[in-house]
Write a protein that binds this ligand. Structure first.
Ligand SMILES: [Mg+2]
Length: 175
């Protein structure tokens, strides 16, 4: 059961996934969660790191697509300043949104990486879809939309995983 929530990689932030390392892993498409992974609610315009990262991926010909459980209007507004493609209402932990993105880009699953800040939704969905996953630290530890219940579930599964695998170490880069 815990393997369903165990990511392939752990890095501190999405921006730590440098293009060179992604190329080395054979990644052609990065699917990225929106809230607390790409942007924080208190910084909707994003950070310089985010903009630099998106530029780096584009220059390396790595596609990027936001896959969010949020609704159309919210996601569209959020990604507008960055010109990033998106799938809304993704229904993570189910694979609906991921499958939609895979179909749109016609990329085989071994060339796709999913990046998210939650084991229960992002990592679970990536596992179900058979793609590699990266867990990042949430940009904000507490935020206004995530429920107490979700946080509790997330902590509970993290405790279970860490009991067998040891403490989660978030690295500075993907390797
Ligand atoms: Mg998130």
């Amino acid at each position: 059961m815990i393997e369903n929530y165990t990511a392939d990689f752990y890095v501190k932030a999405a921006y730590d996934l440098d293009a060179k390392a992604l190329k080395k892993l054979g990644i052609a498409l990065v699917l990225v969660d929106l809230d607390n992974t790409l942007i924080a609610w208190n910084q909707p315009e994003g950070t310089p790191e985010l903009r630099a990262w998106l530029g780096e991926l584009r220059a390396a010909d790595i596609q990027i697509c936001v896959v969010s459980n949020n609704h159309y209007k919210r996601v569209k507004t959020a990604v507008a300043p960055f010109g990033v493609d998106f799938v809304n209402d993704a229904l993570k932990p189910f694979t609906w949104g991921i499958k939609k993105a895979l179909k749109r880009y016609s990329v085989s699953t071994d060339k796709v990486l999913l990046v998210g800040d939650q084991r229960m939704t992002d990592i679970r969905a990536g596992k179900r879809a058979g793609i590699r996953t990266v867990l990042v630290k949430p940009l904000l530890v507490s935020d206004h939309w995530q429920t107490q219940f979700n946080r509790w579930r997330e902590r509970r599964v993290t405790r279970k995983i860490e009991a067998t695998q040891g403490k989660t170490i978030y690295k500075d880069k993907i390797e």
